[in-house]
Design a protein around this ligand. Structure first.
Ligand SMILES: [Zn+2]
Length: 289
């Protein structure tokens, strides 16, 4: 079993649900750090012979089309992070569909190939958005990596399956890759991205990853370009949010290097090509694993 390294390609100001987050009408006038940090992440991957899956925000792809092309040229998979970085549970099904289609079309125009994968902003799929999977199929996607099967500020479905699976019901062709969690002290935790990846010691993260692999599940790591840049600008926010968003940025790059060195990786689309046939079918996506 192998790991998957995923990058959510967005800028330093794309932080959800804080009052200081600028409106999309102001994004173009903001100083940007995505270019420098994304290319650095690609370099780290290349140095270790790792092909990543890059979930591009449609807005970023439109503003920095050369980043999409460069990632594709270096052999990384291009996928979609939606267009405007809106929370799924704050959109109507119609708005969601428009946003998901718009980003796919921008990325397909740039790559000249089909965009198969989607990840929502903030893993914001909840029990209140049962229309999400059908809308994704309608928007032309083949797989999704938006379910967070543990407690979380934005969304999260604690009872969701942990291993990748095929969705039944109307979304017959969609494959779901829930974010990787593992049980510690009776609770599910994700050590493989976000605040926990930045906070937990590297050896703990790698030990947890080995445990997940021996259970026969892929480990999905996720990172944002801003997380390897301790000097990026900060948005004003509450102390708690600030801790979650900015803790230990200075130690993250070294941690990523060690992870990329130790494990074997493949992209989501390679995983589906090699193992898609073995995946279990789930008729109720909210069922316990
Ligand atoms: Zn995001």
């Amino acid at each position: 079993m192998e790991c998957i390294f995923s990058i959510d390609v967005e800028d330093w100001f794309h932080i959800l649900d804080v009052p200081s987050m600028p409106d999309i009408s102001r994004w173009s006038s903001m100083a940007s750090s995505v270019e420098k940090n994304f290319l650095r992440l690609l370099d780290l991957c290349d140095q270790n012979g790792v092909a990543a899956t890059c979930f591009f925000l449609g807005w970023v792809a439109e503003k920095f089309p050369h980043l999409v092309k460069e990632a594709g040229r270096r052999g990384h998979e291009i996928a979609s992070h939606g267009y405007a970085h809106r929370l799924v549970y704050k959109m109507t099904p119609r708005d969601f569909l428009d946003d998901a289609v718009r980003s796919r079309q921008i990325l397909e125009d740039l790559t000249g190939g089909a965009i198969e994968g989607y990840r929502s902003s903030g893993f914001s799929v909840t029990a209140e958005t049962p229309w999400f999977f059908d809308a994704l199929v309608q928007a032309g996607y083949r797989y999704d990596s938006s379910l967070f099967p543990a407690k979380r500020a934005h969304g999260g479905i604690e009872s969701a399956r942990c291993a990748p699976y095929r969705l039944g019901r109307n979304a017959a062709s969609l494959i779901e890759f829930p974010m990787t969690v593992t049980r510690v002290f009776g609770r599910r935790w994700c050590f493989f991205g976000g605040g926990y990846l930045r906070l937990a010691p590297g050896f703990v993260i790698r030990r947890m990853a080995r445990r997940v692999l021996t259970e026969g599940r892929p480990v999905i790591f996720y990172i944002h370009p801003r997380e390897i840049d301790p000097d990026h600008p900060r948005l004003p926010m509450s102390l708690t949010r600030s801790f979650k968003s900015y803790v230990n940025l200075q130690g993250t790059e070294a941690k990523i290097r060690a992870i990329l060195r130790e494990f074997h990786f493949q992209t989501f689309s390679r995983f589906i090509a090699e193992r898609g046939i073995e995946l279990g079918q789930e008729n109720n996506q909210h069922a316990e694993a």
